[in-house]
Design a protein around this ligand. Sequence first.
Ligand SMILES: Cc1ncc(COP(=O)(O)OP(=O)(O)O)c(N)n1
Ligand SMILES: Cc1nc(C(=O)O)sc1CCOP(=O)(O)O
Ligand SMILES: [Mg+2]
Length: 511
Amino acid sequence: MQEKGGSTLSDDSRTKTPHVLTVAGSDSGAGAGIQADLKACAARGVYCSTVITALTAQNTIGVQGASNVPEDFVAQQLKSVLSDMQVDVVKTGMLPSVGIVKTLCRTLREYPVHALVVDPVMVSTSGDVLAGPSILSTFREELLPMADIITPNLKEASALLNGMQLETVDDMRSAARLLHNMGPKNVLVKGGDLPDSLDAVDILYNGHNFYELRSPRIRTRNTHGTGCSLASSIAAEVAKGYPMLSAVKVAKRFVETALDYSKEIVIGNGPQGPFDHLLRLKSHSQDCHRQQPFDPSDLFLYAVTDSRMNKRWGRSIVDAVKAAIDGGATIIQLREKDAETKDFLESAKACLRICRLHGVPLLINDRVDVAIACDADGVHVGQSDMPACVARTLLGPEKIIGVSCKTPEQAEQAWVDGADYIGCGGVYPTNTKENNITVGLNGLKTVCMASKLPVVAIGGIGVSNARAVMEIRTPNLKGVAVVSALFDRECVQTETRKLHEVLLGSNIGST
Ligand SMILES: Cc1ncc(COP(=O)(O)OP(=O)(O)O)c(N)n1
Ligand SMILES: Cc1nc(C(=O)O)sc1CCOP(=O)(O)O
Ligand SMILES: [Mg+2]
């Protein structure tokens, strides 16, 4: 029992966090080793502690230096973590000396864990030796028999098998069987280096069955740390409780997705760059595609598209958006209630390209899934749509979220939920949205005064009344959102321009 803040907590009231301990070397370039393990585990949603066996001075060109951590200090790190932190799975990487391998095996006998994943790291992707041949016999005799899975690549499998030639998938099967005889419960022989193969083929053997795991080969220079990341991801899935075959499949799929996603990122000048475990670097590295932070003045002239109106006037969504931007729209919302999801996604991607070129944010009405799929700048949700707090969790901290509010209470909730702005209406009656309650200028003013968030007014607004709306003069009111007055017209660009002039004339807000 533990005392905390005056109340008593029993141990079983705490939820167990899946925990992987990685015992590996540090890579100063952070593509492989301990750093890759930490990122892979974070991406797979498990906690990762670290015991460092060696420091390497390393980059995308190669390994410039290495310094082993003294055995007794490796032992001390192992004891610190294993005696306290409820580790589920130990994953090993670079084990640079016989003494360190023996220290690890001894400590694991003292502090048993649920599973041991051994990545028998011997040679880095750049070809530098990370663990010499003197270690092989200790691997075979002490470490492999304790392992739940070992994950050698072709070179490592060959080294463990006294230089056996491995050139075909059949050779990989034979190697897996021979390695299994050394004691690990499962063997994953990775065929990434197999010549003449369009697919990447790995062989998993559990002593009973062979599984041939094939996937299209991803052409990229950014493969540094793939082995470490795969082994850590397997460890992560096992720590969550998955059986080994599922763990390997999920881990492979994760690494392949990350490799594919990271094909174009450029880090370092060497032949082998790191990849991006968290699938975030790509969009952020491309300046022309970088999302600007939300600026409330973007709400000034808010154009909301309508699929029925576009159809009526024979316009594509893309043409409608282009015309609105040319006329001076400062933010766009795609409100395509009738569109098929597939078409909506395609149009959203095309609109996004245009919006990004002009620095105009693009939001998606209702469909958080579509916003995520096309990497839009955000969403607009109403009171009966996905709650803003859930949308925030799905979209992350940077995306823009707007919420429709008719009352101060709803405005307060939008703020609590992490929204960026609120849309308040209907200011005037509208035919665009059925059964919409009109709050009038007074309702709008009440919400604006109460809101902690910037407000855009919506509902029945056009050239003839936009000035009256802006003249309620509350600091929070940043602009007007308009559907039919722009899109149920022959020339979207002209109507947008006229509205822009009226808004500028009202002398409130600015573009
Ligand atoms: C800027 C802005 N404000 C309000 C709305 C209305 O959203 P919602 O209440 O979810 O209704 P639908 O637009 O989904 O019919 C909006 N779309 N934009
Ligand atoms: C989409 C929408 N939401 C409203 C709200 O009150 O929250 S009114 C509305 C329709 C706005 O269209 P128009 O500019 O054609 O009146
Ligand atoms: Mg909605």
